[in-house]
Design a protein around this ligand. Structure first.
Ligand SMILES: [Fe+2]
Ligand SMILES: [Fe+2]
Length: 193
C-alpha cells in the first residue's frame, strides 16, 4: 500500500541530473523510507549528493519552561540544545559536514562534564531516582564514544549527519524534557514540604 508524506530533500545535484532529484523526492514521498542518502559519482565527480529524513520537523530550540531551576544545569542543557539547533541550521544550508566534528567534540565534553555536575547535584538533594538516571547517562555516553570511535579517519557522510541529528533529538525529547525535568519536579516537592 502506498502512502504520501512530505519529505524535505537536502543536498545538491549537478546540472543535467535534476531528474534524479525528482525521482529521489518522489520515492521518499511515496515509499516507506525513513532516512536515506543518495550519492552518485560520474567520471570521478560527485554529481548527486542528496539526503532526506521523513522526520521533517527536526528543528528544536531552548525555552524557558525547560529550566529545572538550577543555573549550572540549565545553562548546560541550553548549550546542548543551542548546539543541536546550530547543527540543524548548518545541515539545511548544506554545511553540516563542516560542523560535524565540532558537534562531536562538544558532545564528548558534555558527557564528561554535564553528567558529573548533574549526578553530584542529585546526590546533594538525595534525589530518589539517582541510579536509573545514572544508567541513562551511562548508555548515552557509551553511544557518544561509539560515534567518536566510528568517525576516526572517515569522511562524514550525509547519513552520519541525519543519524546524529535524530540521536540528539531523541535525547533532548526523552531525557532532558522528561528525565531531567523530573529533578525540577522533585525539587519543587521538596521545597513544599
Ligand atoms: Fe540527566
Ligand atoms: Fe541533563
Amino acid at each position: 500500500m502506498s502512502h504520501t508524506k512530505k519529505c524535505e530533500i537536502h543536498g545538491t545535484v549537478a546540472p543535467g541530473f535534476e531528474s534524479v532529484r525528482q525521482l529521489y523526492e518522489h520515492n521518499m514521498n511515496t515509499m516507506a523510507e525513513e532516512n536515506t542518502q543518495l550519492c552518485i559519482y560520474y567520471r570521478g565527480e560527485r554529481v548527486v549528493d542528496l539526503w532526506a529524513s521523513a522526520t521533517n520537523d527536526t528543528s528544536f530550540s531552548w525555552q524557558k519552561d525547560y529550566e529545572i531551576g538550577v543555573d549550572e544545569i540549565d545553562l548546560e542543557h541550553k548549550s546542548i540544545i543551542d548546539n543541536y539547533e546550530k547543527l540543524y541550521h548548518y545541515m539545511i544550508t548544506g554545511k553540516g559536514h563542516d560542523y560535524y566534528d565540532e558537534m562531536v567534540q562538544f558532545l564528548e565534553k558534555y558527557v564528561n562534564e554535564h553528567f558529573v555536575h548533574e549526578e553530584l547535584f542529585q546526590k546533594s538533594i538525595n534525589y530518589d531516582q539517582m541510579a536509573e538516571h545514572a544508567e541513562h547517562h551511562r548508555l548515552f555516553k557509551e553511544k557518544v564514544f561509539g560515534i567518536i570511535a566510528n568517525q576516526k579517519e572517515k569522511e562524514v557522510t550525509n547519513m552520519d549527519l541525519v543519524r546524529i541529528n535524530l540521536f540528539l533529538k531523541d535525547w533532548l525529547l526523552h531525557h532532558i524534557l522528561v528525565e531531567d525535568a523530573k529533578i525540577g519536579i522533585f525539587l519543587g516537592k521538596k521545597a513544599n514540604h
